[in-house]
Write a protein that binds this ligand. Structure first.
Ligand SMILES: [Zn+2]
Length: 74
C-alpha cells in the first residue's frame, strides 16, 4: 500500500507543497528516490487557509504508482 507524503519543495518559488508517494513497507524514501526527513514533513491544515499556493504532485512518484498498479492488475 502507499501513503502520501507532503513536503515543501525548496526548488520552486514561491514555495509550494509537493506530494510524494511512499511505500508503506519502506517509509525512508519516496518512490522517486527522495530521502524523506520526518522533520520536513508538511501536515496540511485541510481548510486551505494560509496555503502558500496550490499543491503539486511529484510526477516520478505518480508514474511509479501507475506502473505498479498496472502490473498488479495483470
Ligand atoms: Zn516523488
Amino acid at each position: 500500500m502507499y501513503e502520501m507524503w507532503a513536503e515543501h519543495d525548496p526548488a520552486v518559488s514561491p514555495p509550494a507543497v509537493v506530494w510524494h508517494v511512499v511505500a508503506k513497507d519502506d517509509a525512508s524514501s519516496s518512490l522517486c528516490g527522495r530521502f524523506l526527513e520526518p522533520s520536513q514533513r508538511v501536515v496540511p491544515v485541510g481548510d486551505g487557509a494560509g496555503a502558500a499556493g496550490p499543491d503539486r504532485y511529484c510526477d516520478p512518484c505518480l508514474v511509479t504508482v501507475r506502473e505498479a498498479l498496472a502490473a498488479s492488475a495483470r
